[in-house]
Design a protein. Structure first.
Length: 108
């Protein structure tokens, strides 16, 4: 079982709660393991790229998300268009993502 709850949409495999992915993985455990590996690699990349001049802004974080998950998800680095809940926590509503991201990054 996936850790995601969702509304039926074009980003999920039909009849499942697993995101459509470039590798056509339909096993939640395998998909989560690959996500974990990609996140670990991204962390190493982030640390190696980080300098005093690194601008940690919205564009950088979208780029980091894209580079992290592009090999797995076609929508990597883009804002969601659907609401999503993971575990018991609801993510920011999709309709508010761009404005809230700009607000948060503007405050940093």
């Amino acid at each position: 079982m996936s850790k995601y709850q969702f509304q039926q949409s074009d980003i999920y495999q039909p009849g499942t709660d697993l995101p459509i992915n470039r590798l056509n993985i339909d096993d939640a455990e395998i998909l989560h393991e690959i996500e974990t590996q990609l996140l670990q690699q991204a962390y190493q990349t982030f640390v190696s790229e980080l300098t005093a001049d690194t601008r940690l802004d919205e564009a950088y974080f979208q780029s980091l998300h894209r580079r992290t998950f592009d090999s797995l998800y076609a929508w990597a680095g883009q804002y969601r268009t659907r609401d999503m809940v993971k575990g018991g926590s609801m993510f920011c509503r999709a309709t508010f993502l761009p404005n809230e991201a700009r607000r948060i990054f503007g405050e940093l």
